[in-house]
Design a protein around this ligand. Structure first.
Ligand code: PEP
Ligand code: MN
Length: 306
């Protein structure tokens, strides 16, 4: 009888091991644990093996083609969002991002321009043929934001805002659900479950970095988590390398890494002039940097999904 790593290899050895009551009990216990269905029933790939494709303003997310959403952290003026839209469209972006309602850590920081910004954003999107994604922070704003946006973003700080999730479950638009900075993957998928079980099947997940002991980057981008969630759930998963790293120089490599692990898309902050940005300038690419990144992304994205 040969034994490697303490495990009997021969038939006789296996029979001996199987005959031991403690081992048999452990084996049956394992089977019971594995049979437990995941608590995120509707988001689970077990109940829905086929990958879901979510369409937002005509852009299909989850088909295997990398979808790129780009634009400034905040909509700051009509001219700023128009210029951002023009430049990201020219570089090949699929959707335009821009915050009108900004959930800021400090109440003294720029809070967004609200309804005016929504109008400028949707106007710029229409002019350049880019569907728009923007954040909604409270249930009362859902109706207005849904009139202007093609994809409704739930920010990381609101991932477990259940009143907001319940309201969005009945919204007429798809939802981009960011992972909370301290949320486990199970908590994230259960937040998605609020949307799905409440009646909105159009949910896209977004990994944007989590809080760890590391302070050299703004957050720790959990790319292994992206690959894991893609196997646990049928929902499309995109990555935000801007908030995920907090550093402009890290956005291109993190974007390529996200494509390589199978992300369905990217959400990237691009500002016409990052030095003058009212929020998140340090992690925003300028239009030329974004265009250079796009040239390296598409071939890799196609290869990763081939
Ligand atoms: C944002 O997208 O600008 C934003 C505030 O992101 P997060 O919720 O991930 O911090
Ligand atoms: Mn931002």
């Amino acid at each position: 009888m040969s034994s490697r790593a303490g495990r009997p290899q021969s038939v006789a050895g296996r029979r001996l091991a199987e005959s031991q009551p403690a081992l048999r009990a452990a084996a049956s216990h394992t089977v019971v644990l594995m049979k437990q269905p995941p608590p995120f029933r509707m988001a689970s790939r077990e109940t829905h093996p086929q990958s879901t494709v979510v369409t937002a303003g005509g852009v299909a997310i989850g088909t295997g083609r990398l979808v790129v959403m780009a634009g400034p952290c905040s909509v700051e003026s009509r001219q700023q969002i128009r210029e951002a839209a023009r430049r990201v469209k020219a570089a090949g972006a699929d959707m335009l991002r821009g915050g009108a309602y900004k959930p800021r850590t400090s109440p003294y920081d720029f809070q967004g321009l609200g309804p005016k910004a929504l109008e400028w954003l949707s106007e710029a999107g229409r002019e350049f043929g880019l569907p728009v994604v923007t954040e909604v922070v409270s249930p009362e704003d859902v109706e207005l934001v849904a009139e202007h946006a093609d994809l409704l973003q739930v920010g990381a700080r609101n991932m477990q805002n259940y009143a907001l999730l319940r309201r969005l479950a009945t919204a007429p638009k798809p939802v981009l659900l960011k992972r909370g900075p301290s949320a486990t993957i199970q908590e994230w998928l259960l937040a998605a479950e609020y949307l799905l079980s409440g009646g909105n099947p159009r949910v896209v997940l977004c990994e944007r970095g989590i809080r760890t002991f590391e302070t050299a980057t703004r957050n720790t981008l959990d790319l292994a988590g992206v690959a894991l969630v893609k196997s646990l759930s049928h929902l499309p998963v995109i990555v935000d390398p801007s908030h995920g790293t907090g550093k402009r120089a890290l956005v291109p490599p993190a974007s390529r890494a996200a494509a390589a692990v199978g992300a369905d898309g990217l959400l990237i902050e691009v500002h016409p002039c990052p030095e003058r940005a009212l929020s998140d300038g340090d992690q925003s690419l300028d239009p030329a940097e974004f265009a250079a990144l796009m040239c390296t992304l598409r071939p890799r994205a196609l290869a990763a999904h081939a």
